[in-house]
Design a protein around this ligand. Structure first.
Ligand code: PSV
Ligand code: MN
Length: 388
């Protein structure tokens, strides 16, 4: 066995948060394919998410998007989720789909629009109070398309003012995580394009404000693990939005495009305390399953995160440290690569078995009859999509 008890104990406390929107239909601007069995309600999304947890033991938290997942009674929704063995997690705000936000939301030059966007976030905090959620995640589509279109500097000041108002309403155990993205939907400038801007803004707010790092939100070639190390060093890495990409913000299954990158990221997480018992880091997925089965796609995703976390935990850090100090480049690299190349799948299957979980979660799901049941039951109504 490559994984010793101490490593398995660390893995046992890893919790991955799955996004409600991963279970709805999604696609590109060219086509959204609908699939039989797709949830029509937030309850059905949560039910699907609970299956991912049931078969993997890794995903006990479901993140919601507001107002996509709006219900009359969030307290009731919380009980519904808890009855299925999962809890409600991050509330993702949405200031990118209303006409009023065409030129921005929290950074808009018009104070009335900023007011509306701030109020939306205050409503999200109300939702968090009812769901028991810790984190409010803010991702802004704000930016401009043409040089000269917007006052870039003033928008940073408005952003600070807006965020301060939201931050002031957080409860003692609540946090705000500010997500950055370098482009899209704005193509010239984006108001929170990079980790530095997010860091500057959250640092100005206080301890309960952190950075959210979405792995798909960087220019190709960016050394994301460096950002991870730096943010952990600064005590400001609040959460991940995991996914993978070949080209832009592809939102594909995490670890699918570049497992080695996921390993490198998880190594910096491990080495910098991000897997410690009191970790501030929420390990969230932010993915869409456009053409594959969504529940199986989520199962694959959480297993990929666990697998690369396990491999990262295998790095012999003492030996690596010695080689680094000696300037022994090749030995250092070999130690790192040894861990990456270690196949931990059989160990993790055994670990699952020891916890009463299926050795093969995919097979267990396929044999459970759940897919057939949702395909037969979920007829009529409006299938959930990315954005509803
Ligand atoms: C934006 O691309 C993003 O990554 C944000 O996290 C959103 O909340 C999410 O996608 C879903 O729209
Ligand atoms: Mn994201």
């Amino acid at each position: 066995m490559a994984l010793d008890k101490a490593t398995l104990d660390i893995l046992a406390r890893q919790e991955i948060e799955v996004p409600s929107w991963a279970y709805g239909n999604s696609g590109t601007r060219f086509k959204v394919f609908s699939t039989p069995g797709t949830p029509r309600t937030v309850q059905e999304k949560i039910s699907d998410a609970a299956r991912v947890h049931k078969h993997t033991g890794l995903a006990p938290i479901v993140a919601l998007h507001y107002p996509w997942d709006k219900v009359d009674d969030f307290g009731e929704l919380r009980s519904y989720a808890e009855d299925l063995g999962v809890s409600l997690g991050t509330i993702n705000s949405n200031t990118f789909q209303d006409d009023v936000y065409k030129f921005g939301s929290l950074t808009h030059s018009d104070p009335k629009v900023r007011r509306q966007a701030i109020d939306h976030h205050l409503e999200c905090i109300e939702v968090m109070n009812a769901t028991g959620s810790r984190d409010l995640k803010i991702w802004l589509a704000d930016g401009s398309n043409y040089p000269g279109q917007a006052n870039i500097r003033a928008r940073q000041d408005w952003l600070h003012e807006s965020l301060s108002e939201i931050y002031a309403q957080l409860g003692a155990d609540q946090r705000l995580v500010l997500e950055y993205k370098f482009f899209e939907p704005a193509f010239y400038h984006t108001d929170v394009p990079d980790w530095g801007t997010s860091y500057v803004q959250v640092q100005a707010l206080g301890e309960k404000a952190m950075v959210c790092l979405d792995t798909g939100h960087h220019a190709p070639g960016t050394n994301i693990e460096f950002i991870v190390a730096q943010l952990l060093r600064l005590g400001k890495l609040g959460s991940f939005d995991f996914n993978s990409r070949f080209y832009a913000d592809d939102d594909l299954i995490v670890g699918a495009a570049d497992p080695f990158q996921l390993f490198r990221i998880m190594y910096e997480v491990v080495a910098n305390g991000g897997m410690d018992e009191d970790t501030p880091v929420a390990f969230m997925l932010d993915q869409c399953h456009n053409i594959e089965n969504k529940i199986l796609g989520q199962i694959r995703s959480v297993l990929n995160v666990q697998e690369m976390s396990a491999r990262a935990l295998l790095v012999d850090r003492d030996a690596l440290d010695a080689a680094q100090r000696d300037g022994d480049v090749l030995t250092a690299n070999a130690i790192f690569m040894d861990a990456f190349y270690t196949d931990v799948r059989a160990d993790l299957a055994e670990w699952r078995e020891s916890r009463g979980l299926p050795t093969d979660p995919t097979k267990a799901y396929l044999e459970s009859g759940y897919q057939e049941k949702i395909e037969a039951d979920r007829v009529g109504g409006q299938q959930a999509g990315w954005g509803a």
